[in-house]
Ligand binder design. Sequence first.
Ligand code: BES
Ligand code: MN
Length: 472
Amino acid sequence: MNSTLRESGQDRQIRELSEFLAIPSVSALPAHAADCRRAAEWLRDHLHQLGCPTVDMLEGPGHPVVWGEGPQVPGKPTLLIYGHYDVQPPDPLDEWISPPFSPTVRDGKLYARGASDDKGQVFCLLKAYQAVLDRGGRPPLNVHFIFEGEEECGGTVIYELLKREPERTRADAALVCDMSYYAPGVPAVYTALRGLCYAEISVRTLQRDLHSGTYGGVAPNAIETLARILCALKSETGEIRIPGLYEAVEPPTQAELDTWKRLPFDREGFIRSEVTGKVLTGLQDRTVFERVWALPTFEIHGIRGGFVGEGAKTVIPAQATAKVSLRLVPGNQVQEVGRALKRAVAQAAPKWADVEVNLLHGGDPVQVDVSTPAFEVLDEAFESVTGRKAVQVRAGGSIPIVPELGLAGAPVILTGIGLPDDGLHSPNEKLDLAQLWSGVEIFSRFFRLFAEKGGSARAYSSSGEARFTGPE
Ligand code: BES
Ligand code: MN
């Protein structure tokens, strides 16, 4: 192909994706509800442009789900494509080199909130689909698209939709492209996602804030009390002090541990360029992979209370709140962990403080059997474009709706075209454009191969049992 033509095609795609990324669809912030809707509409319009005869905005108590169906192709398998159009809040804003919602290309990378998580990856799948349409606009297989706008904030619209209409998950496979390569040049499929239990812990020790000179020395300080409770929940050596949490964990199999041992891992580089700290914390007798993939965590996300404005104010705070979450691994159950967290906080709280735990949202961990034929087809696609099959790893992150996508028996493929240093949820999130272009080739190849081979495989019987082996 003429390379100037090709280049202009890429420029157009960068422009299109930039339009999508410029919409600040921050699902967690109520002020951005209209932006979330605009991002959904952008997808709706795009699916129309791709020739989908059915495109719906499905409403619920939050941001809409966008549903699309490609033209029906009788006798061919059906692929369900999942993605999310919402993004995390962009703060701290002053750390962005270019503003989060002004997509900017630097050095072959497109910088914007959502560039990798997940708008850029959704865009990649749309372009891959476009690339396999024939002259009449017909795809080689049946494709159903389901895009949600509440993945990052724990909303329930997609969950309620699939509870109500589980037939939407009837497919020969579900494809979730919201993760990254294991390393540059090393594609990955994911055998597990961690679950999540997100909570707010609120402490009140006084009826009102007090002068810290007049009452300092006798009045109970809410932030200090909260800090002590938080410290009681996790030891300095990284052990979470919530009874039953570790006992429930199903350890990884020997095969997994062996695979992980063989993965290339540059510990110093990981500390320096990904973690960006000086050390790795947590249970020192466990490997890094075990700590980020196969063990529960307890993290504090933010603390509110007292005086945090410019300058100095001498006050004893009456009230303080911490946002915290636990990541859960196979064996842990979100309901049970929520109850155990409440008990542990109540135990750590002094009698004279009013302490509340408010569970905001969560989801169970999931495990995926990657031995079904859909994964062979994906490997073939990865190999033909990158020269390598996917490594099998776990993810430390969570995608709460994944168990539901597999409920009708479709194997759920968890993969992606991001890179480990994309900066998800961080300032200066980016997508390498080379990953986008090769991603379009990989998934076009996958669609074609799946159209040929996908439906014929034994493992795709639509009555097949659910392939999720995550905890009940
Ligand atoms: N794409 C991520 C999940 C992810 C991160 C998978 C890293 C693999 C590796 C997803 O969009 C995400 O960030 N999810 C949230 C969900 C939560 C808010 C319920 C997460 O994991 O924090
Ligand atoms: Mn994501």
